[in-house]
Ligand binder design. Structure first.
Ligand SMILES: [Zn+2]
Length: 178
């Protein structure tokens, strides 16, 4: 029995590492209209990572040229940070511990040529602590209500020792761990 538990632990760890590898790959992908999300529920920790093209979030992919463009970026970052407005988790008694939005235009680099060559992505990392993690069976992602350019979100998830892949669209906002 002890051996079996150890074996199970190894499998879960292996899957976690695989998913982390996928996360790195997903972070590099840049297709307009297409966002990626990775979800790992590990014991009470729910970790969600997203990558979104700047095109889909703010409508342009260069450093802000004027105050209006700066405002567009600030407002988009604020919206992404307010995860309760677009990520609906009803069960599991989850509490947000941390949210980190990485804004590609915030880097110290001011070389606009370099920025225009590399299509930039916004990245979002969210950590929840869930008191009743066994009860989490689904959650909804409502990002495309605000960011109309997002056509689909590819979600890879690992939870309850299972894993899955689902494509969210205008018609389907729900990720189900099944
Ligand atoms: Zn682009």
């Amino acid at each position: 029995m002890k051996n079996f538990r150890f074996y199970k632990f190894c499998i879960v760890t292996l899957i976690l590492y695989t998913l982390m590898g996928v996360k790195l790959m997903a972070g590099n992908a840049h297709v307009h209209g297409h966002a990626t999300m990775n979800v790992v529920l590990d014991s009470q920790n729910l970790v969600i990572y997203m990558s979104l093209t700047a095109h889909d979030v703010i409508g342009f992919e260069h450093l802000a040229n004027n105050q209006q463009e700066k405002n567009v970026i600030d407002s988009a970052v604020a919206y992404l940070e307010a995860t309760e407005d677009w990520l609906v988790l009803e069960k599991g008694d989850c509490h947000k511990q941390n949210v980190e939005v990485s804004n590609p235009f915030q880097s110290k680099k001011t070389d606009t040529d370099e920025m225009s060559i590399n299509h930039p992505n916004f990245e979002v990392n969210i950590n929840y602590l869930c008191q009743a993690e066994d009860e989490i069976s689904e959650f909804s992602v409502l990002l495309n209500k605000r960011f109309k350019e997002i056509q689909n979100i590819e979600v890879q998830w690992l939870a309850h020792e299972r894993q899955g892949l689902i494509n969210l669209s205008d018609e389907n906002h729900q990720v189900r761990f099944e």
